[in-house]
Design a protein around this ligand. Structure first.
Ligand SMILES: Cc1cc2nc3c(=O)[nH]c(=O)nc-3n(C[C@H](O)[C@H](O)[C@H](O)COP(=O)(O)OP(=O)(O)OC[C@H]3O[C@@H](n4cnc5c(N)ncnc54)[C@H](O)[C@@H]3O)c2cc1C
Length: 389
């Protein structure tokens, strides 16, 4: 059972992070959206001082060691403000958490203390330009004496401008996939930015080239050929983090829509008094409520030490559909002004669309959930043993 941080300390951390989000980061929204760059000189100190980089780093390495149930409301809160900021926080914490689960003691001791303070940061390098979703890989890591030599290309790799280490998935046999840690300045390793994105603007999602990049065998994370299993474990919980991001964006959209429905008067009455608009609001709330419930179930199971292979894909998929519907309706409730930058709805709408892609597209989530169910996996109900069992 993962208890996380004791409640009084968690409350204090929540207050610190919440004030960093709303007092220091949210006011940067217009600047980031117009410059399409995150001002790291302002943002990184705020994230460091608020303890955001160490949220999922175990306490023995200087982090807060939050449980998943404690982390989800925080990543959801970040998903209410400018999306590029949420993405930095998500990728850093997600892969620091993965390293704390799949890295060996030496790798953890080398990276996690720096990750807790934000001096070191991990990026995750799976996707490739010449290959497709998931572990369809062309990048290879060939054993040569005491080293591995990596050749290939990756793209769309978030935090490529910030990361000190890249967790790279590469083929070490005809079918076997392995995970290797590559340091930023390793000879033969190139990083180039890609064009700016539709939403979640301001961060870099770069293109990586590996041209005979030599790393020591100690860079291997887990055993050779076990990269696919590690990938699945890392994505399993990271998909829940994306679903929590969907929740935060949906909650903010609902909150703004409720306010607008009360403020905006047409034909002498606030639009919130019209049944047609009330229906939009109620439908938005139903999605938010359902997503919260699914997330609570997934977090409770993971914190109890269980695997959640089907639940993670199901909540990720439901989350993106829910935030899709909620941001659509938020746009309808706001009318024309919602389509402008006067209000955050148009940004929330664009930001949410990244949730379709992060940690796998919908077809992949359906495939994973169905594969688990067809091979006999059952997800018990939230009320414990049902009368039938
Ligand atoms: C802003 C941003 C940040 C990102 N950050 C990262 C990152 O940090 N690290 C990283 O590794 N990746 C990252 N990605 C990449 C992202 O995970 C992928 O774009 C996504 O998983 C889809 O893979 P793809 O682009 O190769 O699409 P493709 O695999 O080309 O898919 C195209 C379409 O075909 C479908 N499809 C493809 N193969 C199959 C199949 N076998 N069965 C059924 N349907 C299939 C897909 O569902 C999709 O609809 C990022 C992407 C974006 C946009």
């Amino acid at each position: 059972m993962h208890e996380g941080l004791p409640e009084p300390e968690y409350r204090k951390l929540w207050d610190t992070i919440s004030s960093a989000i709303w007092d220091e980061l949210d006011p940067l929204e217009q600047r980031i959206e117009s410059e399409e760059r995150i001002p790291y000189d302002v943002v990184l100190p705020v994230l460091r001082e608020s303890g955001t980089f160490g949220l999922l780093v175990p306490r023995e390495y200087g982090g807060s060691g939050l449980s998943i149930a404690q982390y989800l409301p925080i990543i959801a809160e970040f998903a209410k403000i400018q999306g590029g900021l949420r993405v930095i926080v998500h990728v850093h914490n997600s892969f620091a958490h993965a390293l704390s689960e799949i890295g060996n003691a030496e790798q953890q001791a080398a990276i996690l203390p720096g990750a807790a303070t934000g001096e070191r940061s991990l990026a995750f390098a799976l996707t490739e330009p010449e290959h497709g979703s998931g572990a369809d890989l062309g990048t290879t890591a060939r054993r040569d004496g005491a080293d591995y030599v990596i050749d290939g290309r990756k793209w769309l790799i978030t935090n490529s401008d910030l990361a000190s280490h890249f967790l790279v998935l590469a083929k070490t046999g005809t079918a076997e996939v392995s995970a290797l840690l590559v340091e930023r300045d390793t000879p033969g390793f190139g990083i180039e930015p890609l064009p700016e994105t539709m939403g979640c603007k301001g961060g870099e999602h770069g293109e990586l080239t590996f041209d005979g990049v030599r790393v020591p065998a100690s860079a291997l994370v887990g055993a050779e050929g076990q990269g696919q299993e590690h990938l699945e474990r890392a994505l399993e919980i990271s998909r829940v983090f994306i679903a929590a991001s969907s929740l935060g964006t949906a909650e903010r959209s609902l909150e703004l829509s409720l306010q607008h429905a009360q403020d905006r008067v047409t034909f002498g009455k606030p639009i919130g008094q019209r049944q047609a608009v009330q229906r939009y609001l109620a439908e938005m709330a139903i999605d938010v409520y359902a997503l919260r419930g699914m997330l609570a179930d997934a977090a409770a199971k993971w914190d109890a030490g269980r695997r959640i292979p089907a639940e993670s894909s199901m909540v990720k998929q439901f989350g993106l559909e829910a935030v899709g519907r909620v941001t659509d309706r938020a746009l309808l409730v706001h009318g024309g002004i919602g389509y402008t930058r006067r209000v955050p709805i148009e940004r929330l709408y664009r930001d949410a669309r990244l949730n379709w892609l992060e940690e796998g597209t919908p077809t992949i989530q359906y495939m994973v959930a169905a594969r688990e169910l067809l091979s006999g996996y059952t997800f018990d109900d939230a009320f414990g043993a049902s009368p039938a069992t």
